[in-house]
Ligand binder design. Structure first.
Ligand code: NAP
Length: 273
């Protein structure tokens, strides 16, 4: 397995997104991903499935230290006391003493950055998270977070796929030496059927989804595709055994659009354009 490019967090570059995987079927799907070979799981307090994630990790029989586990604190829990309670609730649901990576899930303009980043730092100092980071931070928010954090931030988890121009935040995240983690790396199922990605994938005996994921990992971006289906989990995992040519990388670069975002909830910040 390759790892994320920057920082020494050792985050496996192909991870598994667990959003929407809940209850018995969800735990079975997460267990299937671990059996296929994923060693990096992405969950969040908001997903309501930390119990299932913990169950699947134990059922897999894989040593705890061999799985890189991320969870997140939601934006309405960023005040110091709420933050600590959220982390405690996550660890109880997971039935674990610590996670590998703890993220602020979305920024919240009503909580001072010093307070939320301070609470994130405290969780790390208390040994509740081996690494810390942020998600959905814009250039301005990341600059502000960097001024307040005393512990290194390991990643900025952002929406990233071929149909979205994420170049500004990508460059800024790298400038601060954080890993870029791509969520929705196959644009929530919009990638399959795209003629350019289908053709480029087929040239390597691969699918459009694999071409999209490969384009990201070839830039050193960590990907966390999600699927409830074992065959798609396997497909999404098998992206480290081929290489896109510079011309193919450039052609996929050309698919990006300013309005290609698929995740834009009410709590979203004013995105960089
Ligand atoms: N930080 C954040 O704010 C944030 C936001 C969104 C997501 N995330 C994280 O990122 C992870 C991935 O994002 P996502 O699930 O929204 O989007 P995604 O991984 O781009 O796409 C998942 C969707 O595509 C389908 N799919 C998966 N693999 C496929 C394949 N090979 N061919 C065709 N369809 C395929 C899945 O359906 P089936 O299940 O039917 O296969 C599912 O509906 C989440 O699970 C979560 O952990 C984080």
């Amino acid at each position: 397995m390759q790892f994320g490019e920057t920082h020494d967090a050792g985050i496996p570059i192909v991870g598994f997104g667990t959003m929407r995987l809940k209850e018995e079927a969800g735990a079975a799907a997460i267990l299937s991903a671990l059996r296929i070979g994923y060693r990096h799981l992405d969950t969040a307090a908001y997903y309501g499935n930390e119990r299932e994630v913990g169950q699947a990790m134990r059922a897999s029989g894989i040593k705890r230290e061999d799985i890189f586990l991320t969870t997140k604190v939601r934006d309405d829990k960023l005040k110091a006391d709420d933050f600590a309670r959220s982390v405690d609730g996550s660890l109880k649901a997971l039935d674990l003493p610590f996670v590998d990576l703890l993220l602020i899930h979305w920024p919240n303009p009503h909580v001072p950055m010093a307070e939320s980043i301070g609470a994130l730092n405290k969780a790390k100092r208390e040994g509740l998270a081996r690494h810390i980071g942020v998600a959905n931070f814009t250039v301005a928010l990341l600059d502000e977070a960097m001024m307040h954090t005393q512990e290194p931030l390991a990643t900025n988890q952002i929406e990233a796929h071929p149909f979205l121009d994420f170049s500004k935040i990508f460059t800024e995240t790298r400038r601060h030496l954080l890993n870029v983690t791509a969520y929705c790396p196959i644009a929530r199922g919009r990638v399959p059927g795209n003629p350019v990605l289908e053709r480029i994938g087929a040239a390597h005996g691969k699918t459009a989804s694999q071409a999209s994921l490969r384009w990201l990992v070839q830039q050193g971006i960590i990907v966390i595709p999600g699927s409830s289906k074992p065959e798609r989990q396997k497909e999404n995992f098998e992206v480290l055994d081929f290489e896109l040519t510079p011309a193919e990388m450039a052609e996929i670069d050309g698919l990006k659009r300013a309005d290609g975002r698929v995740v834009n909830p009410p709590q979203a910040p004013k995105w960089d354009v």
